[in-house]
Design a binder for this molecule. Structure first.
Ligand code: HEM
Length: 422
């Protein structure tokens, strides 16, 4: 199996993470994430942008809010996202790319910005930001969200942290004024009509701002109000994670096909691509570590390990996802044909576990017949991969990919590709 060194192997984050006890086995991490004895320990420094949002609250408040927001990810919502949002966004992007053909007749593009321009449309749709399909508006939204993204992950930034936070807070101000408040106002007016019986509830968009408007949120409390932190979470989580994850799959597939030419014909096959996505998600994590705090003195059932109340711990699921007892002896290899079922999840702990498990997971991976649903959907990753491989995507041999250097995220800053059949 092809095992070339990965150019995105994260640089050391040891100064920050070495302060915390290290947890890196699957059983320990899974137990900690599912246990009420541990609470959220991430996003301390990024509190000004994420504080009070779903990912940092715990207990009954978290359960109640999560239940209210689950409607955003219903089966119908996932299908609509694929057909009415993702598919047209890909079509428009490819139409625009077809006009950039080089003298040799081939289309070349950097996959990283291409993905960002697609994922921003999806996260805008999920959050309820109107009009993100329009190119100028989308470019501005994207620029603002990328500042917010850096601030939300300031713990992992290699830049000056004060500057990153200041830029994030300024970007949020502009986002509220030009995108979020107008979208919320529209939904508040719709919610009033629904309550007065002048419109059916089906007219209410099932996006974040729509649901919050239905539950009486009005945006009062200024730019620091909780509603805007929730929007920041969904805009960032919906954009950054997927655009970080997808290039890894393309990077793994090219050499894998060189070693397994008999599978090249399956490049646009949904089930094959699902296996490739699962495997790459297992091998590459969205953050260097998740952090948790022991809410009380606790002893783990799986191995008797003890933690003191208030102790902050770092969960390294990169190591946990390479547990040979769970995934087989070739666990360090990328194997898109690895069989998978419900337990353990094919992507390991990459979407977390327990109360804070990624709420957007099914949007990204689709609903798989073998994993979770009799009526599958494709998911954003497979949807984009299929379109790329139908267009003949391959890494550009003349321009190698480059690693992200402004943070410790396991991500590419640039991945030039050629679309041979567009
Ligand atoms: C490859 C894609 C993604 C990966 C790997 C990923 C990973 C994760 C992980 C590990 C967590 C748990 C955080 C913790 O326990 O501290 C999480 C939570 C979350 N994710 Fe994702 N995510 C992805 C895509 C998305 C998308 C597309 C959205 C929204 C559109 C989203 C929204 C969220 C939210 C709101 C939470 C907090 C849930 C809660 O606390 O109840 N994620 N994600």
């Amino acid at each position: 199996m092809s095992q070339r060194p990965h150019p995105t192997a994260p640089a050391s984050v040891s100064e920050f993470l070495d302060q915390f006890p290290r947890v890196d086995t699957y059983a320990e991490i899974d137990e900690i994430l599912r246990s009420p004895d541990f609470v959220q320990g991430s996003h301390f420094e990024s509190k000004p942008v994420f504080g009070g949002s779903l990912v940092v609250i715990d207990g009954p408040e978290h359960r109640q809010r999560r239940k209210m927001l689950m409607g955003m990810f219903s089966h119908a919502a996932l299908r609509r996202n694929e057909k009415e949002i993702l598919a047209p966004a890909i079509r428009h992007a490819f139409d625009a790319l077809a006009a950039t053909r080089g003298a040799d007749g081939l289309v070349r593009v950097d996959l990283v910005p291409l993905l960002r321009s697609l994922t921003i449309v999806i996260s805008a749709h999920v959050t309820g930001v109107d009009g993100a399909e329009e190119p100028t508006r989308r470019a501005r939204l994207q620029a603002l969200v990328s500042k917010l993204e850096a601030a939300s992950g300031v713990e992992w930034s290699t830049r000056d942290h004060t500057e990153v936070m200041a830029e994030g807070v300024a970007a949020r101000r502009e986002l509220i004024r030009d995108f979020l408040q107008p979208a919320l106002d529209r939904r508040i007016a719709l919610a009033a009509q629904v309550r007065a019986g002048e419109r059916p509830e089906a007219d209410m968009p099932m996006d974040l701002l729509g649901l919050l408007a239905l539950h009486g949120e009005d945006g009062s409390g200024g730019e620091d109000a909780q509603i805007w932190r929730e929007c920041a979470l969904f805009l960032v989580a919906g954009t950054q994670t997927t655009s970080h994850a997808l290039p890894h799959i393309v990077w793994h597939l090219d050499p894998w096909w060189a070693d397994h030419p008999e599978h090249r014909a399956r490049a646009a096959d949904i089930e094959f691509l699902r296996g490739a996505a699962n495997e790459s998600l297992r091998l590459h994590q969205p953050v260097p570590a998740l952090l948790r705090i022991a809410a009380r003195d606790t002893v783990l059932e799986c191995n008797g390990r003890a933690f003191r109340q208030g102790e902050r711990i770092a969960l390294f699921f990169s190591a946990a996802n390479r547990d040979a007892a769970l995934y087989g002896s070739d666990v360090d290899s990328f194997n898109p044909l690895r069989p998978f079922g419900r337990k353990p999840p094919p992507w390991g702990l990459t979407f977390g576990s327990g109360a804070h498990t990624c709420i957007g997971r099914a949007l990204v991976t689709g609903l798989s017949q073998r994993y979770d649903d009799a009526d599958p959907t494709h998911g954003t990753i497979v949807g984009v991969l299929q379109a790329l491989y139908q267009a003949g995507a391959a890494l550009d041999p003349a321009q190698p990919p480059k690693r992200n250097t402004d943070s410790y995220h396991d991500a590419f800053a640039s991945m030039p590709i050629v679309l041979h059949h567009l």
